[in-house]
Design a protein around this ligand. Structure first.
Ligand code: NAD
Length: 367
């Protein structure tokens, strides 16, 4: 039993498969709003406690995204670099069989660290239902993450925040950390809507041009040379990106990039958290104290999980983009209307708690 509070945890399933040696855990935190939805990671040092924390976070993220999903997460203890593709598939299939009783009523899986659309296809295949997971390849009825739902959602949330301030994106300057799936699509859409992206970074450093960077040029340079820093502009350290004089800062790659050591140098007025946990709450509070508008990660980067929901409904890509837009706009607005003392994270968490509590009361789980 792992009762934490009135919300969870509902179920913690630790499994071991003697034949393959597979060990894993599936944690279901709360299913009041629907089946627990959360990714399935494959890492050698995954712990039940880590998966519990991630499952709980998914309850609030899915509720804030206003999806009929609860929160859950899975971890498989394995080092994919030491497995052949066949062994990796055997491990995935063994895990699927061990947790089949909770799928899809209480748990719907999805890709996470070291699991891709291929593993999702195998997972669904093993259980004989496409409802077992999302993030499947398009060829087996999935909505691939290459469509850019998360970056699109980050851009929508940012535009909504700008409009809420009574301003327009037109001419606003932006710096984006990371030029992967999330960073590229965030740049594409913000640029299309009139913002001027002046800095972008990857693991090799930052490229900066105060007159604006060109999206197509950067995509070409990244594909040809492997780094955005080979493009036209001033080359700076990766960490310098967070201190540039821009209107909007998008941390979109790693955790804890804004910390007590550099928060005093952040000049942006809006921070759109595309990555997970790019700043701890106490660091966010320093920013909020200066009047910075922080779009918390679990609000701004929910485009991916909203796309997952669309996949479970069998909707096409156009419908998915419309749903991501509608939900991100409404939820961002609601959070901003409810925000007191610039504490957007508290406002969003309050909304998520209310939505889950309401579902629990309706079901008779809570007075
Ligand atoms: P990705 O692997 O596609 O891209 C990551 C990018 O970060 C790469 O361009 C890489 O060069 C860059 N990077 C690595 N080290 C860096 C450094 N030191 N400085 C600057 N850039 C660096 O990953 P992604 O899917 O774009 O995910 C990025 C973040 O967003 C992660 O925190 C992820 O958990 C989060 N996220 C992603 C999704 C999604 O749907 N992809 C959804 C929610 C949250």
């Amino acid at each position: 039993m792992r009762r934490e509070d009135e919300y969870g945890f509902e179920k913690i399933i630790e499994v071991y498969d003697q034949k393959t040696g597979m060990q894993g855990v599936c944690v279901i935190h709360n299913t009041a709003r629907g089946p627990g939805k959360g990714g399935m990671r494959m890492v050698p040092d995954v712990t039940t406690e880590e998966v519990m924390g991630l499952a709980r976070a998914m309850t609030w993220k899915n509720a804030m995204a206003d999806l009929p999903f609860g929160g859950a997460k899975s971890g498989i203890k394995a080092d994919p670099r030491k497995l052949t593709p066949e062994q990796k598939e055997m491990v995935m299939r063994a895990f699927a069989r061990k947790i089949k009783d909770v799928i899809p009523g209480q748990y719907i899986a999805g890709p996470d660290m070291n699991t891709t659309e291929k593993e999702m296809a195998q997972f669904a295949d093993e259980l004989g239902t496409p409802m077992a997971c999302t993030g499947k390849p398009a060829s087996v009825g999935g909505l691939p993450h290459e469509l850019g739902s998360t970056g699109f959602g980050v851009a929508i949330s940012t535009r909504t925040a700008v409009e809420h301030m009574g301003k327009s994106l037109n001419g606003m300057t932006v710096a984006i950390e990371g030029f992967g799936n999330v960073g590229t699509f965030t740049m594409k859409f913000l640029t299309e809507w009139g913002a001027k992206v002046v800095a972008v970074s990857d693991s090799k450093g930052t490229i900066y041009d105060k007159n604006g960077l060109n999206y197509e040029d950067l995509m070409k340079i990244k594909a040809e040379k492997g780094t955005v820093t080979a493009g036209k502009g001033e080359k700076l350290d990766a960490a310098k990106l967070f201190e540039l004089p821009v209107d909007i800062l998008v941390p979109g790659a790693r955790p804890d990039v804004i910390h007590m050591g550099n928060v005093g140098n952040v000049k942006a007025k809006i921070i759109a958290e595309a990555a997970n946990l790019p700043a701890k709450y106490d660091v966010e509070k320093v920013l909020m104290g200066k009047g910075v508008l922080v779009l918390p990660d679990f609000v701004a980067n929910a485009g991916g999980v909203i796309s997952s929901y669309c996949e479970t409904q069998g909707w096409d890509a156009d419908t998915m983009f419309r749903v991501v837009e509608g939900k991100l706009r409404n939820n961002t607005k609601l959070m901003l209307e409810r925000t007191k003392d610039h504490d957007t994270r508290k406002a969003a968490l309050d909304i998520a708690h209310e939505r889950v509590s309401d579902a629990m009361r309706m079901r008779g789980w809570m007075k």
